[in-house]
Design a protein around this ligand. Sequence first.
Ligand code: PA5
Length: 478
Amino acid sequence: MEGYQSAEFKKSMKIRLNYNNMMTRFVGEKGISEEEITAIKDQIEAAKKAMVKKRAEGGMDWRDLPYNQNEVVRDIIDYANSVKDQFDAFVVLGIGGSALGPIAVQQAINHPLYNELPREKRGGWPKFYVADNVDPERLSCLFDVIDPAKTLFNVISKSGGTSETMSQFMIIKEMLEEKLGKEETAKHIVCTTDGVKGNLRPICAKEGYKSFVIPAGVGGRFSEMTPVGLLPAAMTGIDIKAFLAGAAYMDELSQNDNERENIAYMYAILSYIAMKQGKNIHVMMPYADSLKYISDWFAQLWAESLGKKFHLDGTVAHAGQTPVKAVGVTDQHSQVQLYAEGPYDKMVVFLGVDKYRRSITIPKIYSEIPSLGFLGGVTQNALIQTEQVATEYNLLKSGKPNMEITLPEVNEFTLGELLYMFEVATGFAGELLQVNAFDQPGVEAGKNATYAMFGRPGYEAVKEELDNRPQPEKAYII
Ligand code: PA5
């Protein structure tokens, strides 16, 4: 990308939040009033202070990622350029925070049918796949379309202990070694993991695998701007410097102490009040296919960060808001019926785009059929944008609070802004809810139960607990 350092460019690419339709003045009694915002003034002030303090004390290392990775970025770009021509495919082995970001960014920036393009139209970069499940069908089917001898596998795991990722790694390592021998295999595996802890780090050292470091203080779902996301992005030709520059710009904007000028803070404040009102569902509806996987990435961020049993002071919270993914316009023909007429238990966030990267005009045919003729000469761009406005109006008329985030266009810079904004909003919402947005005991519990059931040493107590769980009754199995 060119020119993203200039102040003019930044201003022209600033993402916007329009929350008129969240406010009672517009959406009616189920919305949010100015009084409700004023009523939590002290909480907002305390949250602002906590954000600054936590950052200063090193409790939010992900906030510095746009600035402190010059060397890492150089290493990633050099590595990507050096291996680019050697491989036909690049496969990420990872799950959760080690997969959702790479998927979202690749889908947003690159051609929607990237893998189907001829290599030269991919800028010479390899095809891109993510194996983020242990479904045996999916993994073995991947081998029907890739040649492992021409594939680079990126094992991404912060802990280096996640069964799903490590089992994939073990399968692939053995397969590669049988086919290519040990020495050659080492050139086909690159790891992204903690700098010190976990199984993967010593494995890399022993096997001679190239590796990148996930900084210790950055948790999985906040790691897209570390090598977790940067290496897969660079391996498909994405400009990671522009991506980080967008994040840095949003960091600057989200340090604004006036919440009315701070998108991330307002996003959190409105969501928090909606939660207090019992709106426990947070729908994200991008009006762009390129942004549809952002909803999946956001779902993990919002759910895993805010879905907590306890407050910071140890009292019971059972906090959180369930993220739901919808796609505009596709889901206008399914979920929107519920959003318009169903219960007042949700808020809807639209993701819109000012300028799509392509334009298609509908031909002026069938002008004699009024119900089709009106489309003649209209661009699909205008159609999708108009349908977004129409859906927002539909919800507004039904008294259903909704807001929109608009990207001037989808590119590396605006995507960096968007993801960083969501991360700050999540941290801020955690402060308002008074929960720890940066741990995930519920996820760890599931991992531990799996380890215990497979008899992993160190998990005997969990195994015993599991073995003594109530057994299913036949009467309830039909
Ligand atoms: O956000 C998180 O911490 C989790 O979703 C992790 O990213 C996920 O469980 C994968 O963990 P790891 O990267 O350690 O393999």
